[in-house]
Design a binder for this molecule. Structure first.
Ligand code: DGJ
Length: 592
């Protein structure tokens, strides 16, 4: 009897636990963001995941059959994820009628190819404009009002192109309903399998051809007070606000309330036309050089950032209520020839207005750069301020950049644009993705810690010194195919002699490597095109010898040596060269 009661009680506990347990397991596996040190990582099925991706051209997945030859291209070049657009027009051709065929087809094909997907929701805006909303939205300009620019015109890039205004609850709610339906469906078909990792919400939002929307509703809001939510956020974060933004507030007297122009200074007069480009001939060399990282007519850009953020917050909120996976918005960046708001989309999630986005749209997880600029590292720095996680949804195929982004800036992912195009994917990128796929557990275990960093070197750069673990590493550019000429000790600053190997390619390789200190005298290096020398930075004997130098691969997370390096390959134990696209494990010893 007693045992029977215990048995029943046990069953009851088991019954109470099982649903809880399975819920916890499902929730733990759902893609989400987690902090590790100063990094934020994407965690999928309980493990940190590095998205090694490419973004498909805008309409690549508007039919399934033409996608067939694309999948093998992605797989054979070591991509583990594809960024794929979903057009609102195709998803909701008639109001309230949703078509899941393409989304399901893309998920099925991704699974067949052991790949993941990040979907891009092309809703109200794509590159600032509104070409992806359904016909029933486009033709109803009364229910879904458009922006106005200049003195009452609609935006025109190459002919009349209409752009939906953020200042409409009807537009916002229609977009949010469709996005929620999409997320509900993704949860239904993928809530357990997690093929879909994240969502991009809209694409490169912001006003073009003018600094702000000048429709009647927008003008009324612009004449009103800065919303209390934004003012409160600014007061609460006064000491940590993005400097460019705080300067604007300071310049106008740190006001605690007021209209947009009282708090942030004058906007641009409607009658003042802006050019399409801010070239040197227009600005002069000094202004051209300086003006592309500053706010111009700040109240206009800040006003637009607030309204895009508030609109997208509602869309994201509706989507997350259906299925809560990480969601990001992407920015078309300000740049030297596009320095003024309106020459780039004004109000997008650019670094100078990140605080406005954080205040207006706290549910958005990541503010992401579409990073085509040559100033790759400084954009990464501006996009990781105040803990913003880095994700690069659009960029070029430069393989050095993915190493730097993953090893130094703790990126969640990297994704060159137009990866499905006719041009082949550069072999260096495929090889680097291969290396990073192998090393993912080690790289992710070290993101956000002081044990890992990355360096980049171009031909002609002086050597770089990096303190890492118990040694200072001196890194010298070698490029491809270096023949090692031994050099006297102590002359590590002199670049090694150009080699007698195969002819160098026409474009010199940009060298880059991830450097990881895995023990007091042990390192892993991945990438290449450089020589590495070591100086101890702890007390003890000051001469450093190369112990084991192993080239190899990680197979199922285990280090497998493919070549043990000594003799001619390391100048009789004196010079360590990390050749392009290789992984080395190196141990060191010290002697008097
Ligand atoms: C940036 C956009 O976000 C992409 O969708 C695409 O239009 C590219 N520009 C084209 O270069």
């Amino acid at each position: 009897m007693r045992n029977g009661r215990l048995f029943l009680a046990g069953l009851a506990i088991l019954g109470a636990c099982l649903p809880g347990l399975s819920r916890a397991q499902t929730e733990g596996g759902v893609p989400h963001l987690a902090k590790q040190g100063n990094a934020t990582q994407l965690v999928v099925d309980g493990k940190p995941f590095l998205i090694l991706s490419g973004e498909l051209s805008n309409n690549a997945a508007t039919a399934l059959e033409p996608m067939e030859p694309i999948w093998p291209k992605l797989v054979s070049n070591n991509l583990n994820t594809a960024l794929v657009g979903v057009s609102w027009a195709q998803f909701e051709p008639d109001e309230g009628r949703f078509n899941y065929t393409l989304v399901d087809g893309v998920i099925a094909k991704a699974r067949e190819n052991h790949m993941h997907i990040v979907f891009l929701w092309f809703g109200c805006w794509k590159n600032g404009t509104s070409s992806y909303p359904p016909y029933w939205v486009k033709k109803d300009y009364e229910r879904f009002p458009r922006i106005q620019v200049g003195e009452g015109k609609t935006v025109s890039i190459s002919g009349p192109v209409e752009v939906l205004s953020t200042l409409s609850d009807a537009t916002r709610d229609a977009d949010a309903r469709a996005f929620a339906a999409l997320m509900r469906h993704i949860k239904e078909v993928d809530g357990k399998q997690h093929t879909v990792l994240m969502m991009q919400v809209e694409n490169e939002v912001g006003v073009l051809r003018d600094t702000r929307d000048r429709s009647p509703a927008a003008n009324r809001a612009f004449a009103g007070q800065v919303p209390a939510e934004l003012m409160d956020y600014m007061q609460a974060h006064k000491d940590t606000l993005i400097p460019e933004f705080r300067e604007v507030w300071a310049a106008n007297g740190y006001k605690k309330s007021g209209t947009w122009e009282e708090v942030f200074g004058p906007g641009k007069p409607a009658s003042l036309e802006i050019p399409v480009q801010t070239t040197v001939s227009l600005l002069g060399p000094l202004e051209h050089q300086n003006s592309w990282q500053q706010l111009h007519w700040p109240s206009d850009e800040i006003f637009m950032a607030w309204h895009y953020a508030r609109f997208l917050e509602k869309v994201v909120e509706a989507g997350k209520a259906a299925y809560d996976i990480p969601m990001y918005v992407n920015a078309w960046l300000q740049q030297p020839n596009h320095a003024w708001p309106g020459t780039y989309p004004s109000g997008g999630p650019l670094p100078q207005v990140h605080d406005v986005w954080r205040a207006g749209a706290p549910k958005i997880d990541i503010l992401a750069p579409d990073l085509y600029l040559e100033y790759f590292d400084s954009v990464c720095e501006r996009f990781t301020r105040n803990g913003n996680p880095l994700f690069i949804p659009e960029t070029s195929t430069n393989s050095a950049n993915v190493l730097v982004a993953a090893g130094k800036y703790n990126t969640i992912g990297f994704s060159p644009f137009g990866i499905d195009g006719n041009r082949p994917i550069p072999p260096e990128l495929a090889a680097t993705y291969g290396i990073l796929n192998q090393m993912m557990p080690m790289v992710m275990a070290n993101q956000g810690t002081a044990k890992m960093t990355a360096v980049r070197l171009s031909q002609g750069d002086p050597p770089k010194r990096v303190k890492l673990g118990n040694y200072t590493l001196t890194l010298t550019y070698t490029g491809r195919n270096m023949h090692i000429a031994p050099q006297p000790k102590g002359q590590v600053d002199a670049p090694p002699q150009p080699g007698v190997g195969p002819a160098a390619p026409e474009t010199p390789l940009e060298a880059a490597a991830i450097l990881i200190a895995t023990g007091p005298d042990e390192y892993y290096f991945a990438g290449g095109g450089m020589r590495i020398d070591f100086t101890p930075n702890t007390p003890g004997p000051q001469n450093v010898g190369l112990g084991d130098v192993q080239q190899g691969n990680f197979v199922d997370g285990k280090w497998v040596v493919t070549r043990q390096i000594a003799g001619d390959d390391d100048a009789q134990g004196e010079i360590l060269i990390l050749r392009p696209s290789t992984i080395l494990r190196v141990t060191l010893y010290r002697f008097p």
